[in-house]
Design a protein around this ligand. Structure first.
Ligand code: NDP
Length: 282
Protein backbone atom coordinates (compact mmCIF):
# COMPACT_ATOMS: atom_id res chain seq x y z
CA UNK A 1 0.00 0.00 0.00
CA UNK A 2 1.35 3.39 -0.95
CA UNK A 3 2.30 6.22 1.31
CA UNK A 4 0.25 9.26 0.31
CA UNK A 5 2.45 12.26 -0.47
CA UNK A 6 0.34 15.00 1.08
CA UNK A 7 1.02 18.10 -1.01
CA UNK A 8 -1.44 20.16 1.01
CA UNK A 9 0.36 19.50 4.30
CA UNK A 10 3.86 19.90 2.85
CA UNK A 11 2.78 23.09 1.11
CA UNK A 12 1.32 24.49 4.37
CA UNK A 13 4.59 23.74 6.14
CA UNK A 14 6.66 25.53 3.45
CA UNK A 15 4.27 28.50 3.41
CA UNK A 16 4.70 28.85 7.19
CA UNK A 17 8.49 28.90 6.65
CA UNK A 18 8.14 31.49 3.86
CA UNK A 19 5.89 33.66 6.08
CA UNK A 20 8.58 33.71 8.72
CA UNK A 21 11.29 34.58 6.18
CA UNK A 22 9.07 37.33 4.72
CA UNK A 23 8.70 38.72 8.27
CA UNK A 24 12.48 38.83 8.61
CA UNK A 25 12.80 40.50 5.18
CA UNK A 26 10.23 43.16 6.16
CA UNK A 27 12.00 43.84 9.47
CA UNK A 28 15.37 44.22 7.73
CA UNK A 29 14.27 46.24 4.70
CA UNK A 30 11.16 48.07 5.89
CA UNK A 31 9.02 46.71 3.07
CA UNK A 32 7.59 43.44 1.84
CA UNK A 33 8.62 41.55 -1.32
CA UNK A 34 6.22 42.48 -4.13
CA UNK A 35 4.75 40.47 -7.02
CA UNK A 36 2.97 41.99 -10.02
CA UNK A 37 0.68 39.62 -11.89
CA UNK A 38 -0.43 40.60 -15.39
CA UNK A 39 -3.53 39.02 -16.89
CA UNK A 40 -4.84 39.73 -20.37
CA UNK A 41 -8.46 38.86 -21.19
CA UNK A 42 -11.08 37.04 -19.18
CA UNK A 43 -10.29 33.32 -19.42
CA UNK A 44 -12.18 31.92 -16.39
CA UNK A 45 -9.50 29.37 -15.40
CA UNK A 46 -6.79 32.06 -15.56
CA UNK A 47 -8.93 34.36 -13.40
CA UNK A 48 -9.14 31.63 -10.74
CA UNK A 49 -5.36 30.96 -10.87
CA UNK A 50 -4.62 34.68 -10.51
CA UNK A 51 -7.01 35.06 -7.56
CA UNK A 52 -5.35 32.08 -5.86
CA UNK A 53 -1.89 33.60 -6.39
CA UNK A 54 -3.04 36.92 -4.93
CA UNK A 55 -4.58 35.18 -1.91
CA UNK A 56 -1.44 33.10 -1.31
CA UNK A 57 0.76 36.22 -1.42
CA UNK A 58 -1.51 37.86 1.15
CA UNK A 59 -1.33 34.88 3.47
CA UNK A 60 2.47 34.98 3.73
CA UNK A 61 2.80 38.78 3.76
CA UNK A 62 4.07 39.26 0.20
CA UNK A 63 2.62 42.38 -1.45
CA UNK A 64 0.93 41.89 -4.80
CA UNK A 65 -1.20 43.53 -7.41
CA UNK A 66 -3.04 42.19 -10.42
CA UNK A 67 -2.89 44.27 -13.58
CA UNK A 68 -5.92 43.33 -15.68
CA UNK A 69 -5.83 44.18 -19.36
CA UNK A 70 -8.70 43.73 -21.86
CA UNK A 71 -8.55 40.81 -24.32
CA UNK A 72 -8.01 43.17 -27.29
CA UNK A 73 -4.76 44.52 -25.77
CA UNK A 74 -2.00 44.62 -28.40
CA UNK A 75 1.51 43.26 -27.97
CA UNK A 76 3.12 46.71 -27.87
CA UNK A 77 0.93 47.84 -24.95
CA UNK A 78 1.74 44.66 -23.02
CA UNK A 79 5.47 45.00 -23.73
CA UNK A 80 5.50 48.61 -22.55
CA UNK A 81 3.73 47.58 -19.31
CA UNK A 82 6.41 44.91 -18.75
CA UNK A 83 9.10 47.48 -19.43
CA UNK A 84 7.58 49.75 -16.77
CA UNK A 85 7.44 46.87 -14.24
CA UNK A 86 11.03 45.88 -15.09
CA UNK A 87 12.20 49.39 -14.19
CA UNK A 88 10.05 49.74 -11.06
CA UNK A 89 12.30 49.02 -8.03
CA UNK A 90 9.19 48.37 -5.92
CA UNK A 91 8.32 45.32 -8.04
CA UNK A 92 10.42 42.22 -7.30
CA UNK A 93 8.58 39.59 -9.31
CA UNK A 94 6.60 39.75 -12.56
CA UNK A 95 4.28 36.99 -13.71
CA UNK A 96 2.33 37.09 -16.95
CA UNK A 97 -0.57 34.65 -16.72
CA UNK A 98 -0.67 32.28 -19.71
CA UNK A 99 -2.24 31.66 -22.13
CA UNK A 100 -2.22 35.07 -23.82
CA UNK A 101 -4.84 35.94 -26.45
CA UNK A 102 -3.94 34.95 -30.01
CA UNK A 103 -2.10 37.71 -31.83
CA UNK A 104 0.32 38.21 -28.92
CA UNK A 105 3.67 36.43 -29.18
CA UNK A 106 3.95 34.61 -25.83
CA UNK A 107 7.67 33.92 -26.17
CA UNK A 108 8.43 37.57 -26.90
CA UNK A 109 6.41 38.70 -23.87
CA UNK A 110 7.93 36.15 -21.48
CA UNK A 111 11.46 36.94 -22.64
CA UNK A 112 10.79 40.68 -22.17
CA UNK A 113 10.55 40.15 -18.39
CA UNK A 114 13.81 41.07 -16.63
CA UNK A 115 15.36 37.64 -15.81
CA UNK A 116 15.93 38.74 -12.21
CA UNK A 117 12.14 39.32 -11.87
CA UNK A 118 11.05 36.30 -13.94
CA UNK A 119 9.58 34.31 -11.03
CA UNK A 120 7.96 31.72 -13.33
CA UNK A 121 11.45 31.09 -14.79
CA UNK A 122 10.03 30.66 -18.29
CA UNK A 123 12.29 33.25 -20.02
CA UNK A 124 15.16 31.93 -22.14
CA UNK A 125 17.88 33.16 -19.79
CA UNK A 126 16.39 31.33 -16.82
CA UNK A 127 15.67 28.21 -18.93
CA UNK A 128 19.35 28.14 -19.96
CA UNK A 129 20.47 28.61 -16.38
CA UNK A 130 18.22 25.77 -15.20
CA UNK A 131 19.71 23.44 -17.79
CA UNK A 132 23.26 24.29 -16.76
CA UNK A 133 22.41 23.98 -13.06
CA UNK A 134 23.38 27.62 -12.34
CA UNK A 135 19.99 29.05 -11.39
CA UNK A 136 18.25 31.42 -8.99
CA UNK A 137 14.69 30.38 -9.81
CA UNK A 138 13.18 27.08 -10.80
CA UNK A 139 9.88 26.78 -12.66
CA UNK A 140 7.20 26.37 -10.01
CA UNK A 141 5.61 23.01 -10.86
CA UNK A 142 8.80 20.94 -11.34
CA UNK A 143 10.34 22.70 -8.33
CA UNK A 144 7.24 21.72 -6.34
CA UNK A 145 7.67 18.09 -7.37
CA UNK A 146 11.33 18.09 -6.26
CA UNK A 147 10.35 19.61 -2.92
CA UNK A 148 7.64 16.95 -2.43
CA UNK A 149 10.22 14.22 -3.07
CA UNK A 150 12.79 15.81 -0.79
CA UNK A 151 10.39 16.35 2.10
CA UNK A 152 9.09 12.79 1.72
CA UNK A 153 12.64 11.43 2.05
CA UNK A 154 12.73 10.20 -1.56
CA UNK A 155 15.99 10.62 -3.43
CA UNK A 156 16.27 10.46 -7.23
CA UNK A 157 19.96 9.58 -7.09
CA UNK A 158 20.73 6.46 -9.09
CA UNK A 159 17.03 5.82 -9.74
CA UNK A 160 15.29 5.23 -13.04
CA UNK A 161 13.12 8.33 -13.43
CA UNK A 162 10.54 8.46 -16.22
CA UNK A 163 8.75 11.70 -17.11
CA UNK A 164 5.70 11.52 -19.37
CA UNK A 165 5.28 14.88 -21.13
CA UNK A 166 7.87 17.20 -22.67
CA UNK A 167 6.32 20.66 -22.41
CA UNK A 168 8.55 23.65 -21.76
CA UNK A 169 6.82 24.44 -18.48
CA UNK A 170 6.62 20.97 -16.92
CA UNK A 171 8.15 17.96 -18.71
CA UNK A 172 11.48 19.40 -19.92
CA UNK A 173 12.47 21.25 -16.73
CA UNK A 174 11.23 18.28 -14.66
CA UNK A 175 13.67 16.03 -16.53
CA UNK A 176 16.51 18.53 -15.97
CA UNK A 177 15.85 18.76 -12.22
CA UNK A 178 15.72 14.98 -11.80
CA UNK A 179 18.98 14.76 -13.73
CA UNK A 180 20.56 17.40 -11.44
CA UNK A 181 19.57 15.14 -8.53
CA UNK A 182 21.46 12.28 -10.22
CA UNK A 183 18.43 10.40 -11.51
CA UNK A 184 18.71 8.46 -14.76
CA UNK A 185 16.00 10.17 -16.75
CA UNK A 186 13.82 9.04 -19.66
CA UNK A 187 11.36 11.49 -21.21
CA UNK A 188 8.29 10.03 -22.94
CA UNK A 189 5.77 11.84 -25.15
CA UNK A 190 2.99 11.20 -27.63
CA UNK A 191 5.39 9.72 -30.21
CA UNK A 192 7.10 7.32 -27.77
CA UNK A 193 6.94 3.71 -28.98
CA UNK A 194 5.81 1.20 -26.36
CA UNK A 195 5.41 3.74 -23.58
CA UNK A 196 4.49 1.10 -20.93
CA UNK A 197 7.88 -0.59 -21.44
CA UNK A 198 9.47 2.67 -20.24
CA UNK A 199 7.05 3.40 -17.40
CA UNK A 200 7.38 -0.16 -16.02
CA UNK A 201 11.09 0.47 -15.46
CA UNK A 202 10.49 3.66 -13.47
CA UNK A 203 11.44 3.88 -9.81
CA UNK A 204 10.04 7.43 -9.95
CA UNK A 205 7.30 8.10 -12.51
CA UNK A 206 6.15 11.68 -13.16
CA UNK A 207 3.09 12.06 -15.36
CA UNK A 208 2.41 15.48 -16.91
CA UNK A 209 0.15 14.80 -19.87
CA UNK A 210 -3.36 16.05 -19.19
CA UNK A 211 -5.27 12.81 -19.78
CA UNK A 212 -7.46 11.41 -17.00
CA UNK A 213 -6.69 7.83 -15.94
CA UNK A 214 -3.87 7.44 -18.48
CA UNK A 215 -1.40 5.70 -16.13
CA UNK A 216 -2.83 2.38 -15.02
CA UNK A 217 -1.52 -0.18 -12.51
CA UNK A 218 -0.20 -2.49 -15.25
CA UNK A 219 2.07 0.36 -16.44
CA UNK A 220 3.95 0.80 -13.15
CA UNK A 221 6.59 -1.15 -11.31
CA UNK A 222 5.91 -2.65 -7.86
CA UNK A 223 7.11 -0.11 -5.27
CA UNK A 224 7.38 2.83 -7.69
CA UNK A 225 6.96 6.45 -6.57
CA UNK A 226 4.14 8.00 -8.62
CA UNK A 227 3.91 11.76 -9.06
CA UNK A 228 0.77 12.95 -10.82
CA UNK A 229 1.08 16.47 -12.24
CA UNK A 230 -2.00 16.19 -14.48
CA UNK A 231 -5.10 18.25 -13.81
CA UNK A 232 -8.18 17.07 -15.65
CA UNK A 233 -11.92 17.48 -15.24
CA UNK A 234 -14.15 14.43 -15.58
CA UNK A 235 -17.47 14.86 -17.46
CA UNK A 236 -19.06 15.08 -13.97
CA UNK A 237 -16.86 18.08 -13.20
CA UNK A 238 -14.59 16.26 -10.74
CA UNK A 239 -10.89 17.17 -10.62
CA UNK A 240 -8.63 14.23 -11.42
CA UNK A 241 -5.03 13.53 -12.40
CA UNK A 242 -3.39 11.47 -15.16
CA UNK A 243 -3.03 8.44 -12.90
CA UNK A 244 -5.61 5.80 -12.02
CA UNK A 245 -5.07 6.53 -8.32
CA UNK A 246 -7.18 3.69 -6.90
CA UNK A 247 -5.60 1.17 -9.25
CA UNK A 248 -1.99 2.25 -8.60
CA UNK A 249 -2.36 2.79 -4.85
CA UNK A 250 -1.67 -0.83 -3.81
CA UNK A 251 1.31 -1.27 -6.12
CA UNK A 252 3.14 2.05 -5.59
CA UNK A 253 5.33 2.80 -2.57
CA UNK A 254 4.29 6.47 -2.59
CA UNK A 255 1.78 8.45 -4.64
CA UNK A 256 0.46 12.01 -4.94
CA UNK A 257 -3.32 12.49 -4.95
CA UNK A 258 -5.16 14.93 -7.24
CA UNK A 259 -6.29 17.28 -5.86
CA UNK A 260 -3.94 17.79 -2.91
CA UNK A 261 -0.65 16.61 -4.40
CA UNK A 262 1.45 18.66 -6.82
CA UNK A 263 -1.18 21.38 -7.28
CA UNK A 264 -0.75 23.23 -3.93
CA UNK A 265 3.03 23.18 -4.37
CA UNK A 266 3.04 25.24 -7.57
CA UNK A 267 1.86 28.50 -5.97
CA UNK A 268 4.04 27.82 -2.92
CA UNK A 269 7.10 27.73 -5.18
CA UNK A 270 5.98 31.02 -6.75
CA UNK A 271 6.00 32.60 -3.28
CA UNK A 272 9.46 31.18 -2.65
CA UNK A 273 10.73 32.60 -5.97
CA UNK A 274 9.26 36.04 -5.24
CA UNK A 275 10.97 36.18 -1.85
CA UNK A 276 14.24 35.03 -3.42
CA UNK A 277 13.94 37.67 -6.17
CA UNK A 278 13.45 40.39 -3.55
CA UNK A 279 16.45 39.16 -1.52
CA UNK A 280 18.65 39.03 -4.63
CA UNK A 281 17.61 42.51 -5.80
CA UNK A 282 18.38 44.08 -2.41
P1 NDP B 1 1.06 20.22 -22.58
O1 NDP B 1 -0.25 19.95 -23.27
O2 NDP B 1 1.85 21.39 -22.95
O3 NDP B 1 1.99 18.92 -22.75
C1 NDP B 1 1.48 17.63 -22.65
C2 NDP B 1 2.57 16.63 -22.91
O4 NDP B 1 2.01 15.34 -22.79
C3 NDP B 1 3.17 16.73 -24.32
O5 NDP B 1 4.57 16.63 -24.27
C4 NDP B 1 2.55 15.54 -25.06
O6 NDP B 1 3.40 14.96 -26.04
C5 NDP B 1 2.36 14.56 -23.93
N1 NDP B 1 1.29 13.62 -24.25
C6 NDP B 1 0.01 13.90 -24.61
N2 NDP B 1 -0.66 12.77 -24.87
C7 NDP B 1 0.21 11.76 -24.67
C8 NDP B 1 0.12 10.35 -24.78
N3 NDP B 1 -1.02 9.74 -25.16
N4 NDP B 1 1.21 9.61 -24.50
C9 NDP B 1 2.37 10.19 -24.11
N5 NDP B 1 2.52 11.53 -23.99
C10 NDP B 1 1.46 12.29 -24.27
O7 NDP B 1 0.70 20.20 -21.04
P2 NDP B 1 1.50 20.80 -19.76
O8 NDP B 1 2.86 20.21 -19.68
O9 NDP B 1 1.32 22.25 -19.70
O10 NDP B 1 0.60 20.17 -18.60
C11 NDP B 1 0.47 18.77 -18.43
C12 NDP B 1 -0.60 18.51 -17.39
O11 NDP B 1 -0.15 19.04 -16.16
C13 NDP B 1 -1.95 19.14 -17.66
O12 NDP B 1 -2.95 18.29 -17.16
C14 NDP B 1 -1.90 20.42 -16.86
O13 NDP B 1 -3.20 20.85 -16.48
C15 NDP B 1 -1.12 19.95 -15.67
N6 NDP B 1 -0.42 21.03 -14.95
C16 NDP B 1 -0.51 21.01 -13.61
C17 NDP B 1 0.12 21.96 -12.87
C18 NDP B 1 0.00 21.89 -11.40
O14 NDP B 1 0.23 22.87 -10.74
N7 NDP B 1 -0.30 20.72 -10.82
C19 NDP B 1 0.87 23.06 -13.49
C20 NDP B 1 1.01 22.94 -14.92
C21 NDP B 1 0.35 21.95 -15.61
P3 NDP B 1 3.86 15.73 -27.39
O15 NDP B 1 4.91 16.70 -26.94
O16 NDP B 1 4.37 14.64 -28.24
O17 NDP B 1 2.62 16.40 -27.92
Amino acid sequence: MAKIIDGKAISAQIRAEIKEQVGTFCAEHGRAPFLSVVIVGDDPASQVYVRNKERACNEVGIGSDVLRLPSDTDEETLLSLIDRLNRDPGVNGILVQLPLPSGIDEKKVICAIDPSKDVDAFGYENVGRILTGDYDFLPCTPAGVMELLKRSGISAAGKDCVVIGRSNIVGKPMAALLMHENGTVTVCHSKTADLPAHTRRADILVSAIGKAGFVTADMIKEGAVIIDVGINRTPEGKLTGDVDYEGCFEKASAITPVPGGVGPMTITMLLKNTLKAAEKQI
